[in-house]
Design a protein around this ligand. Sequence first.
Ligand code: KG4
Ligand code: ZN
Length: 348
Amino acid sequence: MLILGIESSCDETGVALVQCEGPGMPRLRAHALHSQIDMHQAYGGVVPELASRDHIRRLLPLTDTVLREAGCTLQALHLVAYTRGPGLAGALLVGAGLACALAAALELPVLGIHHLEGHLLSPFLSADPPVFPFIALLVSGGHTQLMRVDGVGRYALLGETLDDAAGEAFDKSAKLLGLPYPGGPALARLAQRGDPLAFKLPRPLLHSGDLDFSFAGLKTAVLTQARKLGDAPSDQARADLAASTQAAIVEVLVKKSLAALGASGLNRLVVAGGVGANTALRAQLNAECAHRGVRVHYPELSLCTDNGAMIAMAAALRLQAGVAQGARDYAFDVRPRWPLVEGGGGLS
Ligand code: KG4
Ligand code: ZN
């Protein structure tokens, strides 16, 4: 069974082909990605209308590319999967529209996928896939969540951010340091030259006794420190503040992940979402987890941020687990706001 996956929820256009046969692990056949970073950089952030228009321009050429790479034609497809939400409404509609039009023309079923489930299951695309059950730390630009994952579609929310997401904390702090969009990777690069102990920054909710997060206060603290540095801070001072900010975010993410592992008794952690690409986070998690005999799984670095492969993979795993089936009504109702866990159970 060959699945075409389409991702267009924000500022990356992703298309991929995943092959799924029987109970074996689905396999990535090809994937192609176009990042809109250059286009949005002039505005300091994602401009939703420009994002939608660019998805329109990119999706069909990217679909041609993956078919060519895999050496097959549209007629070889068995199902078209697309990101149904959450994300930018217009951007989601472009992917959903293309998926449903293609599927209708080819008389194929379609399956709408939750973007966060795509991230959550993306480590299954790696050479060393996890096994259930595990604790998942989902850290993206819009979400910071700890979950217990017992199987495909069996997710229990353990804690989440009460305000800003970890990625947002990176992005907003980067902006305060005068770094270009997207701020997370830029701040991480600057932090390499800085001293993480140079500035004393808060670790919000570190000792709250629960698994929730809060990053809004940290951003305010970074703002205060950035103001103290004045209009023309030295390169070293900026690098020190970047390193101190990263250290604060990473410490909270690591400690809360360890607390979730401890409380659940599980010894497997999956880290997914764009912030999962952060090398300081990976280094600390690896060190702490090795110490405790916990296995940590990450997606391939290139599949940490948004991509079509994770959408095709999530569709393959949902079909394989029997928790979803393709539809043929081609009613592409996108869900810009869509919790992964609704009413305390699995995915709706
Ligand atoms: O998962 P993702 O691509 O998109 C969402 O679904 O939100 O995550 C994007 C987020 C952004 O906030 C970006 O700054 C952050 O991930 N990010 C990083 C790094 N790479 C991406 N944050 C810190 N360090 C990185 N290396
Ligand atoms: Zn994402």
